[in-house]
Design a protein around this ligand. Structure first.
Ligand SMILES: Cc1ncc(COP(=O)(O)O)c(C=O)c1O
Length: 367
């Protein structure tokens, strides 16, 4: 069958997702015992011990469809953030919410404005819906360029997407920059403030969570995949004006997120101790990595998320470094798909994993 013939152009243009290597694959290929998976910005501590029982109890009723609005979780999120339940929507991860946004709000020929070096999931979901992307370069500091974004908005712009903190750079807009962006965007253009790394960022003095400077056109995305350690369950949420949430609920797959995912998230959301341990681990790991990089004259970007971006001299050096680290059992992420071919992203792991990183680095890194 000539599939090309039946495909719309926007789907033809998409490239298949290339997943990072699994622990089992790397173990087998290089005959290794110890693998440190520092590639996917997951929580290396795992998740709250409360999750297992919560999920097992749901299995008794797994023949039933889940609650389509995840009422208990919606209530808990609304209460903790001092907002209305009608301003919260749960879905199968923030990537699913990005997909919902792309299929809910765009009319023909409308575009979205974002940066060239940001979360690739947004590029993909926009591509699936055939939405034109206006990507502006990040600044020399690898930050979203507020002026460039504001200048790129035209009469066909429906949405501005920012990740704050950003992935893969770990950089962020200060409160002043964030306010300038929000104030500069016309009120009928939606602003997506993707806060997947909010829990790691929130105590940074000049970081401004989007909820603390709300306007009706701002849609905030948060997730249980990172600091809560539930990436495998696929659950995240949006906070927005209830009129927007009402429309988004119309296009959400009715029964996402799954019942086990809802139960897992509810249990994890209550375990503040685990959350703060996860954040502490990342903060300590980042400080250690910064010192290590300084000692070895490595360029990097200080980060307020759970990963640090290393800047190498060119794409070849980045390929070589990640390949050699892989042979030592350290899985890292090249971020060429995010628009930064000479950079490598390192997720902060446990102490033993950071030691594995450092020891392998000393053997393979060439300046
Ligand atoms: C900025 C950003 N947004 C969204 C996501 C996707 O998160 P989820 O697992 O909730 O779909 C990621 C995951 O890496 C991310 O970095």
């Amino acid at each position: 069958m000539n599939v090309d013939k039946i495909l719309p152009e926007n789907i033809k243009r998409l490239k298949p997702y290339v997943a990072g290597k699994t622990i089992a694959e790397v173990k087998n290929k290089y005959n290794l015992d110890t693998i440190s998976k520092l590639a996917s910005n997951e929580n290396r501590l795992g998740c709250s011990v409360r999750v297992k029982d919560a999920v097992l109890s749901v299995l008794n009723n797994i023949q039933d469809y889940p609650d389509p609005v995840a009422q208990q979780l919606r209530h808990a999120i609304a209460k903790r953030n001092d907002i209305e339940e009608s301003e919260v929507m749960l879905a199968a991860g923030s990537e699913s919410i990005i997909s919902i946004l792309c299929r809910t709000f765009f009319k023909e020929n409308e575009n979205a404005v974002t940066a060239d070096a940001t979360f690739v999931g947004f590029f993909v979901q926009a591509g699936v819906q055939g939405i034109a992307l206006k990507k502006v370069p990040v600044t020399e500091e690898y930050k979203f360029d507020v002026d460039a974004i504001l200048n790129a908005i035209d009469s066909e712009t429906k949405m501005v997407y920012i990740a704050n903190p950003n992935n893969p750079t770990g950089t962020y807009l200060t409160g002043e920059e964030y306010r300038r962006l929000i104030d500069g965007v016309p009120e009928d253009v939606l602003i997506i403030a993707d806060e997947a790394y909010y829990e790691y960022a929130v105590n940074t003095p000049d970081y401004l969570p989007a909820l603390d400077y709300r306007k009706d056109n701002v849609i905030i995305l948060r997730t249980f995949s990172k600091a809560y350690g539930l990436a495998g369950f696929r659950i995240g949420y949006a906070i927005a004006h209830s009129d927007l949430i009402t429309e988004m609920l119309k296009t959400k797959l009715t029964f996402e997120p799954t019942a086990p995912a809802q139960a897992a998230a509810l249990a994890a959301y209550d375990d503040i101790d685990f959350l703060s341990k996860s954040v502490d681990l990342v903060n300590e790991g980042k400080e250690r990595l910064y010192r290590f990089f300084d000692e070895h004259n490595v360029s990097f970007k200080p980060s307020i998320s759970n990963s640090v971006m290393m800047i190498l001299k060119d794409e070849k050096a980045a390929i070589n470094f990640t390949d050699e680290m892989l042979k030592k059992g350290v899985i890292l992420r090249r971020i060429n798909a995010f628009g930064l071919p000479n950079c490598v992203r390192i997720t902060i792991g446990k102490e033993s994993e950071m030691t594995h990183f450092e020891e392998s680095f000393k053997e393979v890194y060439r300046n």
